[in-house]
Design a protein around this ligand. Structure first.
Ligand code: GRF
Length: 204
């Protein structure tokens, strides 16, 4: 099977990037990372990529006059790298419909809640404030509406009575690191189909 070429977009720590780096290092994994691009210079995620010998780039949104110009530059880098699937991994810029449409069904995100619950920022605070007993994470195709789009995979974790935000975030993050590589594998194996804005996964 041909190996799917991934680009990973980051803005910071890059622990989900690390999960993808570790997965793609396994000989039977059907995808490889061809580019890691950050919109913020000098972040830890860039060092993770460099350590793994993966080409990195910084496309700093502050260097551009408009969101559109920033996204055109980003798009050009992705095309140049030959990316077939773009994985957002803690990428903290909202993307315009132009970019999202260009990469429809080739652009995925991981969000630390069980969508459609608790989109946006402060998801763990939102979950604790609401008092839910299950939290989790979601890998989904990106649509123009933030934290919205066909759901590929989710994982649930318990919320415990005296959890702080950081307790819950750590438990959810461990689940993120499990499911992001699984979702990418499913896509690379051509088992993910979007039909009427819902994902159907075919059996192996
Ligand atoms: C993760 O919780 C991810 O779900 C969210 O941003 C965080 C990024 O963390 N979109 P990391 O940079 O992957 O460590």
């Amino acid at each position: 099977m041909a190996v799917l070429k991934l680009a990973v977009l980051i803005s910071g720590r890059g622990s989900n990037l690390q999960a993808l780096i570790d997965a793609t290092a396994k000989p039977d994994y059907p995808a490889k990372i061809v580019a890691v691009i950050s919109n913020v210079p000098d972040v830890a995620g860039l060092d993770r990529a460099k350590t793994a010998g993966i080409p990195t780039q910084v496309v700093n949104h502050r260097d551009f006059k408009s969101r559109e110009e920033f996204e055109k530059a980003l798009d050009a880098k992705l095309v140049e790298a030959g990316a077939q699937l773009v994985c957002l991994a803690g990428f903290m810029r909202l993307l315009t419909p132009w970019f999202v449409d260009r990469w429809t069904d080739r652009l995925i995100n991981i969000h630390p809640s069980l969508l459609p619950a608790f989109p946006g920022l402060d998801t763990h605070k939102q979950a604790l404030d609401y008092g839910v007993k299950l939290a989790g994470c979601t890998v989904h195709f990106v649509r123009a509406k933030m934290d919205h789009g066909p759901i590929i995979l989710q994982a649930a974790v318990p919320v415990l009575s005296y959890d702080s935000e950081s307790d819950l975030a750590a438990r959810v993050l461990a689940a993120e690191h499990e499911i992001y590589p699984v979702a990418v594998r499913l896509i690379a194996e051509n088992r993910v189909n979007v039909i009427n804005e819902k994902v159907l996964v075919t059996e192996a």
